[in-house]
Design a protein around this ligand. Structure first.
Ligand code: NI
Length: 409
């Protein structure tokens, strides 16, 4: 196979890097344009138009309107292998949506959409994926296969990955592996968070309505106090992580809402508690909801209260395939130039619907360090002052392009 990305030749590596560096002003321009016009999940209309317009401009085959606003671009390399051999397909995924947050940054490219903001960096993900698409479309001779670039809506909820898979984005042609990245302000610019196995946690939620028996605050013996019952439930739920989950595993059960009562002298008839559950080990997906229900039902029974429990699994854990993670890591090592630049201790209990793609095909999701505290670019994701060092955009394109090279090597 003749490649314009020969692995060993440092001269060619620097040529790829130089060519990608020359794209930097355009990456920044695209990212800022997208940043000015953030849109919420499944409403990424202008965003999708922008992406489709660029792909058309570059002569890249693409399909729009998948799972409402999603887009899939297909870049076929020049086939250099034997015609009998089925060419491999690598998918690259970028999410497109923004958040319902009012931007507080005073930058020329600040959000022009009131109450909406790209506060997680998905504008950067689109720019990186577009840069990768452009580069690959200009170097089709360099890979003997097909690269599918998936622009996915609604990552922040309710989730666009699952409907895109249901719409068939991983088939025709069938995807062999998938990669994706998240700009990451928990890591400094110039580093990468890459690991095998679980990277991000499953995201689930529950709501429980407790039905007691209301009454006069001074006559408690004639009531079933839903606040007392709820308080015991909140306390007992803490024992799930401390006493049911192995200390080697990580999990979170957080009660984020407890609503009950109106008046100081009235015992509340009903109380509602709601919370979020996070874990890496898929086995806990059975244990935790089971324990939540046992605790609620036991405490309610002991007080003569009734309950309604609603448990929702939103996203499964993000679990990286060992082989693809190793491929991404070896590419990353060349890019960060020191093993210390790869941070495997980058797990987070945050969730991501990239997990659905990773359940369907082997793949690797990784973090691209984007914080630069010296420039004031270190606010956490989902913060109204979130912003990142745009130098990371070129690094992201180089990671994807070199992963394509490695995948077909
Ligand atoms: Ni995000």
């Amino acid at each position: 196979m003749i490649s314009t990305f020969p692995n060993a030749a440092a001269v060619d590596l620097s040529r790829i890097r130089l060519e990608i560096r020359s794209l930097q002003p355009r990456l920044v321009e695209w990212r800022r344009r997208l940043h000015q016009r953030p849109e919420l999940g499944f409403k990424e209309k202008l965003t999708a138009e922008f992406i489709a317009q660029k792909l058309s401009e570059w002569g890249i085959t693409h399909q729009t309107g998948i799972a409402k606003t999603g887009i899939v671009a297909i870049i076929e390399g020049k086939q250099q292998d034997s015609p009998i051999q089925k060419p491999k397909v690598l998918a690259i995924r970028a999410d497109m949506d923004a958040l319902p947050i009012q931007e507080e940054n005073e930058v020329p490219y600040r959000s022009q959409h009131d109450g909406m903001m790209h506060a997680c960096g998905h504008d950067g993900h689109i720019a990186i994926a577009l840069g990768t698409a452009y580069f690959l479309s200009q170097h089709r001779e360099a890979f003997p296969g097909t690269v599918k670039i998936i622009f996915q809506p609604a990552e922040e909820g309710p989730g666009g990955a699952k409907p895109m898979i249901e719409a068939g984005v991983l088939t025709n042609p069938d995807v062999d592996a998938i990669i994706g990245l998240h700009l990451w302000n928990n890591l400094p610019l110039g580093t990468l968070g890459i690991r095998t196995g679980a990277l991000m946690a499953a995201t689930e939620s529950f709501t429980c309505k407790i039905h007691g028996k209301g009454g006069h605050g001074a006559i408690p013996h004639q009531t079933v106090d839903s606040i007392v019952v709820g308080a015991q439930i909140v306390n007992a739920l803490q024992t799930i992580v401390s006493r049911n989950v192995s200390p080697i595993d990580s999990a979170v059960v957080t009660v984020g809402r407890f609503h009950a009562g109106k008046a100081v002298n009235v015992i509340a008839d009903t109380a509602e508690i709601a919370g979020t559950v996070r874990y890496f080990n898929p086995e806990l997906g059975k244990l935790i909801p089971q324990r939540i229900e046992q605790i609620i039902s036991g405490i309610c029974a002991s007080h003569g209260a009734k309950y309604e429990l609603d448990y929702n699994g939103l996203y499964p854990p993000v679990i990286n395939n060992a082989d693809i993670a190793e491929m991404v890591r070896s590419v990353g090592l060349d890019i960060v130039e020191t093993p210390l630049g790869i941070v495997p201790e980058c797990q987070t209990m945050g969730g991501e619907d990239m997990s659905f793609f990773l359940q369907a095909v082997p793949g690797c999701y990784f973090f691209l360090g984007s914080a630069n505290p010296d420039l004031g670019l270190a606010y956490p994701h989902h913060h109204p002052r979130f912003d990142f060092d745009e130098t990371a955009l070129g690094m992201g394109v180089e990671m994807f392009v070199r992963c394509v090279e490695k995948f077909y090597a």
